[in-house]
Write a protein that binds this ligand. Structure first.
Ligand SMILES: Cc1cc2nc3c(=O)[nH]c(=O)nc-3n(C[C@H](O)[C@H](O)[C@H](O)COP(=O)(O)OP(=O)(O)OC[C@H]3O[C@@H](n4cnc5c(N)ncnc54)[C@H](O)[C@@H]3O)c2cc1C
Length: 239
């Protein structure tokens, strides 16, 4: 059995960033990723160029049952911090519109940057490492029984992502684990998904497929202004 200070389940954007931050604070960190490589969703983000931040990000952009969470999170780590990191790694970027920053070249650079930061912070990453069991041991440590053996850690971070795009490694593992440890899980709802239309609605918009236009969307007293893209299946946002 190998022991770490922090065990991170999932090597996506959240898991890698958490791991490198813990590593920079001197923690011994292991990231356990069941897919054959980390950061797959980052690779497909922003149409392959990763819209890595938005300079205008503020708590007002978030809808949350706990509005204070994003206030404290953004106060401690702002878009400017991430831009500074990207610049330190020599990644060229541009603003597309409305403060959206994209890599000039490829999302691969963002994954490389996170891996380099993990490496510099001494983070160990185990890919292709399926998890068989998670336990709370008698000594208070968390135990991970995996395809690569047994690991123990004082802290366990569950960063296994949401359900979207299972072909990228997504699973409901995190929700099951939360329930296993007695956490209440709110009903799941899709977020950030295209709207698929059918029947007359789809027929009416068919000729506009491919057209993007600025719209204001309103729901339950909240309004957002941004680009909307008409697709052959319905409505989406341009990437
Ligand atoms: C098409 C598309 C485009 C997008 N574009 C952008 C963009 O431009 N900008 C932006 O900010 N966001 C974008 N997003 C959203 C963004 O990609 C996600 O919000 C982000 O990647 C989520 O990161 P995560 O670490 O929470 O989860 P994930 O990236 O899903 O990472 C979770 C990781 O956990 C692993 N895992 C799951 N179950 C287990 C298990 N049992 N054991 C071990 N490992 C496990 C998975 O394999 C995965 O590597 C886009 C999303 C999509 C689908």
């Amino acid at each position: 059995m190998e022991q770490f200070d922090v065990l991170v389940i999932g090597g996506g954007a959240a898991g890698l960033f958490c791991a490198l931050t813990a590593g920079q604070r001197g923690r011994r960190v292991l990231v356990v990723e069941h897919a054959n490589r980390v950061g797959k969703k980052i690779l497909m983000s922003g149409g392959g160029r990763c819209n890595f931040t938005n300079t205008g990000t503020s708590p007002a952009n978030y809808l949350s049952a706990n509005p204070h969470f994003c206030k404290s999170a953004l106060a401690r780590y702002s878009p400017a911090h991430f831009v500074e990191l990207v610049e330190r790694h020599g990644i060229a970027y541009h603003e597309k519109e409305l403060g959206q920053l994209f890599c000039d070249d490829s999302s691969k650079q963002i994954v490389r940057m996170l891996l380099d930061e993990c490496d510099a912070a001494g983070v160990r990453i185990a890919t292709g490492c399926g998890i068989e069991q998670v336990t709370r041991r008698e000594d208070g440590l968390f135990g991970l029984q995996t395809a690569h053996g047994l690991f123990a850690g004082a802290s366990l971070v569950v960063a296994s992502g949401g359900l979207s795009i299972p072909s990228m490694g997504a699973s409901g593992f995190g929700y099951d684990l939360a329930r296993q440890f007695g956490h209440r899980v709110l009903p799941l709802r899709a977020g950030l998904v295209p709207l698929t239309l059918s029947g007359t609605h789809q027929a009416r918009l068919a000729d506009l497929s491919g057209v993007a236009l600025p719209v204001e969307a309103r729901c339950n007293g909240v309004r957002f202004s941004n680009q909307m893209l008409v697709t052959h299946r319905g409505l989406s946002g341009p990437s």
